[in-house]
Write a protein that binds this ligand. Structure first.
Ligand code: SF4
Ligand code: SF4
Length: 248
């Protein structure tokens, strides 16, 4: 997304995810309780906290007999408000080895909602992560429609079923797009059958097409790069999605 959309950052906001244990050396009696209690070996024998290993669980602060440990905020990432040639964009970077990315997704979504409100936009597109973990749940809660992009591979079909179950659980309408459909006809048919069996609308079936790679090499979206069959398929899919969204 960054490479293709080339966002020009207009505003940044620091993100604080997990807390970090902080030891007040002046109060510490070196009793070693915290070292023994930390399941992540984040406190060494010199009673120093290693930020990369600390999971912010707070056990050390709980067991410290002299209350020498406090849990403090730490910078876990940065969120950005940017402008692109397609319109405004909210996005973020999570620092290496940091967790709580679901919380970061929520922060970015709130920024996007504010942007949409300020600029009078009626639609926010969220590029969700793969899989079905916490960031996916943070991405889809409260949305009007989930577009599940899948591929004819066993792992992708498995994820499709699980994301669909999550969408059902939250009562969120979902539709399906099969990407790279031509790489395995049998699995593509299996996905089509799954959609039929579960009354899931198939909004698009896109073949594997090297034009996508060429567009990426030229740092363009496929729509800008080519007016070929794949672009026409994507435009038709967008038409199908708006039909579901707006009933037209
Ligand atoms: S907060 Fe948890 S992980 Fe971090 S140092 Fe304390 S006990 Fe270890
Ligand atoms: S538990 Fe508290 S007093 Fe004991 S070593 Fe850790 S910080 Fe120091």
């Amino acid at each position: 997304m960054h490479l293709i959309l080339k966002p020009v950052v207009q505003d940044t906001q620091l993100f604080s995810g997990l807390k970090l244990a902080h030891i007040d050396e002046a109060q510490c009696t070196r009793c070693n309780q915290c070292v023994k209690s930390c399941h992540f070996q984040a406190i060494d024998d010199d009673i120093r906290v290693h930020a990369d290993s600390c999971e912010g669980c707070g056990v050390c602060a709980y067991v410290c007999p002299v209350h020498a440990i406090t849990m403090v905020d730490r910078e876990s990432g940065v969120a950005y408000r940017s402008q692109t040639r397609f319109g405004p964009m909210a996005h973020a970077v999570l620092h290496t080895a940091e967790e709580a990315s679901g919380k970061l997704v929520t922060m970015v979504r709130n920024m996007a909602t504010d942007l949409a409100g300020t600029l009078n936009k009626d639609l926010v597109l969220i590029d969700g992560p793969p899989g079905i973990g916490c960031p996916v749940i943070a991405s889809i809660t409260g949305v009007d429609l989930v577009v599940i992009v899948t591929e004819p591979t066993y792992s992708a079909i498995h994820d499709l079923e699980r994301v669909h179950a999550v969408a059902l659980h939250f009562h969120i309408p979902a539709v399906v797009c099969i990407n790279k459909a031509s790489i395995n006809d049998d699995n593509t048919r299996a996905i089509e059958q799954y959609c039929k069996d579960h009354a899931l609308r198939l909004v698009g079936t896109l073949p594997y097409d090297l034009t996508i790679t060429q567009a990426m090499i030229h740092e363009q979206s496929i729509i800008e790069f080519s007016d070929g069959p794949l672009t026409r398929d994507i435009r038709a899919m967008w038409q199908n999605i708006t039909e579901v969204l707006y009933g037209r």
